[in-house]
Write a protein that binds this ligand. Structure first.
Ligand code: FAD
Length: 480
């Protein structure tokens, strides 16, 4: 038999259940990628397309080396798969499941149609520890709160040991497809120059990150994961989103690290890190069961929230996007995002709280900007993150929690190293001024020839007043 192996966001050879199954049941396999397979709403943004390009190139080279080159086609998945099956005489199609609701629906319809046309279809779980429908509360519904969710799923342990990569593949010679280059995934403006020095998309890059994390950062993770000035988080998020690596592999490697390393902090680091991986699981669970949440608040009361009007906030939004708000920690984060396609989690919380609460700009605007600029842009995680900040989501932060960007900055970037790195125009200010130049020591500003409003912006809102304005709006909402 010949099997079609449809690659999507599982761009890896190891621990790839669909590929593993195909190799076991078929004599020949045809790995295929279909450009534009995504259902509406989950098409990658500009940064994600950059990642897709490079991860596909890496996968393509790896498959070629094993003997079955990646065939890239473009079009409607049903038509492409049917035509290809006919062309190579395939009787089986396999793929790994995706869980965004629109994608899941499209995949189920596709499977039915293929089966109707006489193909056998097998689908697998490559990207989650627990599939969204596999866990229910005691009353039979979906979880809305993280802690009981994670308690339940962690108690089950891992569903399998990571599967090995094939060592050889028998493909079908002579098939014509597109090249990765033909897909035109890379940005047409020169914006991605800062990505390549930081990232190696693809399976090998993912394992290098994981190894480095276990060797250099795991022991300090529990204490240091909130420090944007230190490199103590795994930076696995884009790899996990595109399936360069899967959570089962990550958690298994963590278990090995726990068995092998005995340094202080390793056990605590592993515990906290595992919890973050299960936040990702929770986000996928919530999105699946509450499919409206990428655009609408999960708590319907928030639909009436008095956001500012677009014409009124356009200028503030642009300044936020460009890292020109005048609040150094915010500007540092937004510039890190623009330049490297990633932002530290603590800073994501600070910049999103500032947008939603201090600027009263709808969280959907922030989520859309993140979608286009984050390499790890992920509908489940991004939605959960923004709704958490807005107070409207599953297990969200209480509405009265408004992050103070200045005290957050002083606490989590105490030596201002992160600010100095990303906001060089104020880098020489002393510790007293650098976290909030508008409240800084005038002599320090003068010494550095720094004129606020000219060399670096003045904030457009007063932090205290805008906090009060947000709290009033939230209180009115709660009162109905
Ligand atoms: P680590 O600390 O090393 O964590 C390991 C992995 O756990 C991450 O790679 C990620 O897959 C998962 N994880 C960690 N924190 C979270 C979390 N809070 N929610 C869900 N999963 C988590 N993450 C994305 O992957 N894509 C997004 O689009 C995204 N948007 C966000 C938007 C906002 C407003 C906020 C506050 C957070 C968002 N996050 C998102 C979550 C988090 O910031 C990133 O996952 C994390 O910073 C990635 O860095 P890391 O891989 O070094 O994390």
């Amino acid at each position: 038999t010949t099997a079609l192996v449809w690659f999507r966001r599982d761009l890896r050879l190891a621990d790839n259940p669909a590929l593993y199954d195909a190799v076991r049941q078929a004599q020949r396999i045809v790995p295929v990628y279909i450009d534009g397979f995504e259902a509406p709403g989950t098409e990658p943004g500009g940064a994600g397309r950059w990642w897709q390009h490079h991860a596909l190139a890496a996968l393509s080279a790896d498959l070629q080396a094993l003997g079955a080159p990646l065939l890239i086609r473009r079009g409607e998945p049903l038509a492409v798969l049917l035509e290809l099956a006919q062309q190579v005489g395939a009787t089986v199609a396999v793929w790994n499941r995706l869980y965004e609701p629109a994608q899941d629906r499209a995949d189920r319809r596709l499977a039915e149609a293929l089966i109707g046309d006489g193909l056998r279809v097998d689908t697998f779980n490559a990207s989650l520890v627990v599939e969204p429908w596999d866990v229910k509360t005691q009353t039979g519904g979906p979880y809305r709160v993280y802690t009981p969710f994670s308690r339940t799923v962690r108690a089950r342990g891992l569903p399998r040991a990571p599967l090995p990569a094939p060592t050889r593949l028998d493909g079908v010679p002579g098939l014509q497809g597109l090249s990765v280059e033909d897909l035109g995934l890379r940005p047409t403006i020169a914006w991605d120059a800062g990505f390549a020095p930081v990232w190696t998309p693809g399976e090998r890059g993912a394992h290098q990150r994981l190894e480095r994390f276990c060797a250099e950062a795991l022991a300090g993770y529990a204490d240091g994961r909130d420090r944007p000035d230190q490199l103590l988080t795994s930076m696995l998020s884009p790899h996990l989103h595109f399936g360069d690596i899967g959570p089962v592999q990550v958690l298994s490697r963590l278990q090995r690290a726990l068995a092998e390393q005995h340094g202080a902090g390793v056990a605590g680091g592993a515990e906290v890190f595992e919890r973050e991986i299960y936040w990702r699981e929770f986000a996928h669970h919530v999105l699946f069961h509450f499919p409206q949440t990428p655009v609408a608040p999960m708590d319907p009361r928030y639909a009436a929230f008095p956001w500012r009007e677009p014409a009124d906030y356009a200028d503030d939004l642009r300044r936020w996007q460009r890292g020109q708000t005048g609040v150094p920690i915010i500007d540092a984060g937004m510039r890190q995002l623009w330049t490297t396609g990633w932002m530290h989690n603590r800073v994501r919380m600070i910049v999103s709280s500032y947008l939603v609460k201090n600027l009263l700009i709808p969280w959907q605007e922030g989520a859309a900007w993140f979608w286009d600029t984050l390499l790890d842009a992920d509908q489940a995680n991004n939605t959960l993150g923004w709704q958490w900040i807005a107070g409207s989501g599953a297990d969200a932060a209480p509405y009265f929690r408004v992050f103070n960007p200045v005290t957050q900055s002083q606490k989590f970037d105490p030596d201002a190293l992160y600010i100095q790195r990303w906001v060089p125009e104020i880098a020489r200010l002393g510790k007293k001024s650098i976290h909030a130049p508008w409240m800084g020591d005038p002599a320090d500003l003068a010494r550095n020839r720094l004129q606020l409003g000219h060399d670096y912006p003045m904030p457009s809102v007063d932090l205290g007043e805008s906090r009060g304005r947000a709290l009033k709006a939230f209180e009115r909402l709660k009162a109905g």
